[in-house]
Design a binder for this molecule. Structure first.
Ligand code: SAM
Length: 245
C-alpha cells in the first residue's frame, strides 16, 4: 500500500471516528449526505464504484436505489471489516485509491465521499477516474471544503465577547499541498487544494463540471442547534458532479 497514510486503522482514530459517525446530528447526516445524494442519477441497472467507502453506508444506499453492481474500495482493514460484516451483498476491495490500476471494468458512477482530501495527486486521480468511467458516466464526490483544509495550523474561528462565532479566519489558502492536522489523533495527513485547482484538474482530465455544491444545514437544524449558524461563514464541504461527455 506504499507510503499512503492509513489513519483509519489507528485504533484511537478508528474509535473516535466511530463516535462521530454514531451521532445522529453529525455534519455527514445533516449537511453532506442529503446534498451528495441529490446529485446521484437514477441508479437502476447501473454499476457503481465507491472510492474510500468506509463502513459502506453509501454502497448500501446505492444498492437500495437499484444499482446493479456496487463495489466499495478502502485502504483501511478496520473500516472494511465493518463494511463486510454489515453488507454481505456488496463486493469490497482493499486498495489505495491513488492508483486505480486494479480496476478492470468501466462504471456508470464513480462515487467518493469525504476521502479525496487524503489523496496527494488529485490531477492523477481525476485522469484515472475518467478512464474507468463509461461515456456519459458521472464522477460524484465530496471533500473537506478548501477553506477548511487551507490553514496550516488548523481552522480558526473568531468569536465576539459573548462567545458567539462571528467569522472564520482564513489563512494559507494559496499554499496548496500537504497538511498535518490534529483530528482525533496527531499528524493526520491531508492535502489542501484551492477551489480552482480542484476544478481545473477535472477539466484537464476531460470532464464537464455539471454541478458544484457547498451545502448548509437546514433552517430547522440551525433552529435546533444555533451553533450550526457558523457554517454561513465557512461551509464544511465541497461537493462536485463531473460528467464524462
Ligand atoms: C471520512 S471517511 C469516509 C467514509 C465513507 N466514504 C463515508 O462517507 O461514510 C474516509 C475513508 O477514506 C479511506 N481512505 C483514506 N485514504 C484512502 C486511500 N488512499 N485509499 C483508499 N481509501 C482511503 C479511509 O480509510 C476512510 O474509510
Amino acid at each position: 500500500m506504499g507510503k499512503t497514510q492509513n489513519i483509519y486503522d489507528n485504533e484511537t482514530f478508528f474509535e473516535g471516528y466511530k463516535k462521530i459517525r454514531q451521532d445522529k446530528q453529525s455534519a455527514n447526516i445533516l449537511e453532506e449526505m442529503p446534498a451528495i445524494y441529490s446529485l446521484a442519477p437514477d441508479l437502476h441497472g447501473k454499476d457503481v464504484i465507491d472510492l474510500g467507502c468506509g463502513y459502506a453506508e453509501h454502497c448500501a444506499h446505492f444498492k437500495k436505489m437499484g444499482a446493479k453492481e456496487v463495489v466499495g474500495v478502502d485502504i483501511s482493514e478496520k473500516m472494511l471489516e465493518v463494511a463486510k460484516r454489515e453488507n454481505p451483498g456488496i463486493k469490497f476491495v482493499r486498495a489505495d485509491i491513488s492508483d486505480l490500476s486494479f480496476v478492470h471494468k468501466k462504471y456508470d458512477v464513480v462515487f467518493s465521499s469525504l476521502t479525496l482530501h487524503y489523496i496527494k495527486d488529485f490531477n492523477s486521480l481525476a485522469k484515472q477516474v475518467f478512464a474507468i468511467l463509461k461515456k456519459g458516466g458521472e464522477f460524484i464526490f465530496s471533500q473537506e471544503h478548501p477553506f477548511s483544509t487551507a490553514p496550516i495550523d488548523g481552522p480558526k474561528w473568531i468569536k465576539n465577547e459573548k462567545g458567539e462565532t462571528v467569522a472564520y479566519n482564513l489563512s494559507d489558502y494559496a499554499l496548496s499541498g500537504k497538511r498535518k492536522v490534529n483530528w482525533l489523533v496527531e499528524d493526520v495527513i491531508m492535502y489542501h487544494r484551492t477551489f480552482s485547482e480542484v476544478i481545473n484538474a477535472l477539466i484537464d482530465a476531460g470532464f464537464k463540471v455539471e454541478r458544484v455544491l457547498e451545502p448548509l444545514p437546514s433552517k430547522a437544524a440551525i433552529k435546533k442547534e444555533p451553533k450550526l449558524k457558523r457554517r454561513y461563514h465557512k461551509p464544511n464541504f465541497l461537493i462536485i458532479k463531473a460528467v464524462k461527455k
